[in-house]
Ligand binder design. Structure first.
Ligand code: FES
Length: 68
């Protein structure tokens, strides 16, 4: 789904950026350009970044318990 119409950025691209190290909205903006024009996609982009970070943390905790 397109999140940033100005730059043509999808939710998948944002998740991929976070999974590849963009750990904040600022870093996603720098890497992809999301929120850099009209800014209307800022709230949704931030939600996707936060949800992806939370999911990654949850996944890593699961891995920790599997290794114990
Ligand atoms: S919709 Fe993302 S900057 Fe305009």
């Amino acid at each position: 789904m397109y999140v940033c119409i100005c730059k043509g950025i999808t939710d998948s691209q944002i998740r991929d950026a976070v999974n590849n190290g963009a750990s904040s909205l600022r870093k996603v903006r720098k890497q992809l350009g999301a929120t850099s024009q009209c800014g209307k996609c800022g709230i949704v982009t931030k939600k996707i970044v936060d949800d992806t970070l939370a999911q990654n943390q949850f996944d890593n905790e699961g891995l920790f318990y599997a290794l114990v």
